[in-house]
Design a protein around this ligand. Sequence first.
Ligand code: FMN
Length: 146
Amino acid sequence: MRFWPHGVSVLSVDYEGDRMGVTLSSLVSLSLDPPLVGISVGKQASCYELLRHAGAFAVSMLGAEQEEIARKFAAGHPPIVHWQGVAIREGRVAPLIEGGVGWIEARTVAEHDVGDHTFFVGDVLVAERGPSTRALMYRDRDYHGL
Ligand SMILES: Cc1cc2nc3c(=O)[nH]c(=O)nc-3n(C[C@H](O)[C@H](O)[C@H](O)COP(=O)(O)O)c2cc1C
């Protein structure tokens, strides 16, 4: 899978004011009618319990110019460090990172146990296009713009 390119996004969750974000490549479109998306999140991920409690999540799909943000949210920093210096706005269910290709907010409707990850199915509440014309991709442990 290392040689298979993936789009890069940041998953964000907010549960009663506790906010976390994590870099994610597993976002997948599942259905158009109804609109459903899926994400696979490691059970060891620091946001895992928050994500389950929140019952909803947001995904900021990053643009080619946002590599630094992808690296930051993948680094395992404490949440307070993650959000420092990152331009955000309030979404319906969680903070959204400004810029990028677009944003999806979803309510979790199913959780599937998949080994050391859980696959979350989200019913899309909001989908919005962002300003970036080039997406951030990840392949062979490096970032690329497309
Ligand atoms: C490009 C990229 C994509 C990633 N995609 C996922 C993913 O889809 N699901 C996941 O659980 N972790 C994914 N990770 C790992 C997390 O971003 C993060 O590094 C890991 O959860 C450890 O950080 P934490 O201790 O804050 O959870 C990805 C990392 C990178 C660099």
